[in-house]
Design a binder for this molecule. Sequence first.
Ligand SMILES: Cc1cc2nc3c(=O)[nH]c(=O)nc-3n(C[C@H](O)[C@H](O)[C@H](O)COP(=O)(O)OP(=O)(O)OC[C@H]3O[C@@H](n4cnc5c(N)ncnc54)[C@H](O)[C@@H]3O)c2cc1C
Length: 384
Amino acid sequence: MQLSDLKQLKIAVVGAGYGGAAAAKALSLLGAHVDVYEQASRIREVGAGIGLRPATMNRFREWGIFDAVARVSSPSDYFEILSADATPIMSESWPGMDDYAERTRTHLIHRGDFIEALLGVLPEGMVTLGHKLEGIEDKGDHAVLAFANGTTAEADLVVGADGIKSVVRKLLFSEKEPVFSGEHAYRAVISLDDAEGMAADDNLRMYIGRGTKIYLLPLRHRGQVSFDITALCPDGTWAPEVTKDDLLATVQGFDERLVALTRGLDMDTVNIRAVYDIDPVDTWHTDSVVLVGDAAHSMLHHQGQGANSAIEDAGALADALRAADTLPEALAAFQATRKPVTDELQRISRAGWSEAGIDDVFPGQKPGSPGHVAAPAVPAAGKE
Ligand SMILES: Cc1cc2nc3c(=O)[nH]c(=O)nc-3n(C[C@H](O)[C@H](O)[C@H](O)COP(=O)(O)OP(=O)(O)OC[C@H]3O[C@@H](n4cnc5c(N)ncnc54)[C@H](O)[C@@H]3O)c2cc1C
């Protein structure tokens, strides 16, 4: 679209999570007028870490916000998968680090720092809190939003970035409910001093056994480690009641240091939730409404790609608006670019992790397989 048309565009983003904040940044850089409506009265994130992949960090470079994110994160070279007794199974350099003019590593970040950094680069006043979307009317060339507080807003384009329980998705695209995975996620951030020496570098380690996965994601810039347990459990209550003994039962048989870390957890600081995703949604857009992030394609966290995909959606949506002649064409192009990628991520994330299943997700990457590329023994220094 022409710059003059983009400048006329009024965009309403529903949800100020990673997808909404990133969409707001990317779309406002096009010159469009962007307003973000968030249901919460204060934005908070779970105490846990995530890895921002090279493609995500490269988008931040494009948007001029790389440093704002890098400042509160640690660059990482590889991830490793180990058995429950800490025997290495495979390690792999983060894919895509050398795909850009500048070497771009994955960055490990606390979720709270990440949303703060993203919202911190939006112009003052762009985000309006306390606006819970309840209704949406698609009028063809524009849409009207109705909020629980009685206010309404009109926009040429509505971006539904309202997460796994998306109201926008439910009202316009799919009434299907999220799907329970049969797992719980227990997430906490602990001090490096309490980490039994298990976070000596900036690389992610995942320990797997008997259906349990333990992720240790160092946040050494904060003197902390994100300690996450994903365990099989038939209770699909969104916020289940779980005791320390339950946690200890799920890590039974794991390396003694991991058991000690679990024993030392302060249960008041552990975020406990049942894990859900959604089935792929056939259509993500009309001519004036589009879904991004979890609203479009919530996936299980086993590939660590949900938040990363939300950022990539934001970048792809801005690219499509710039390249297409009209808004409807741009939305169709956006879906054509992103949906095949996220359909596949949703599929392989459901495949989960088991020692036997690693070859399905990383063909040829298990040590001994033809084509296996080991992570560097000494992490390579990179300029970023
Ligand atoms: C256990 C676990 C571990 C994970 N680990 C990783 C990882 O390592 N790496 C990774 O990339 N991803 C990971 N993810 C996935 C990641 O958290 C999500 O994909 C990501 O948060 C999606 O961002 P989003 O902005 O689309 O949705 P959300 O983060 O859910 O944000 C949606 C926003 O919309 C607001 N909202 C909702 N409804 C309304 C409404 N009606 N009106 C107004 N506002 C509304 C919400 O309050 C929220 O602020 C993990 C997820 C889980 C559960």
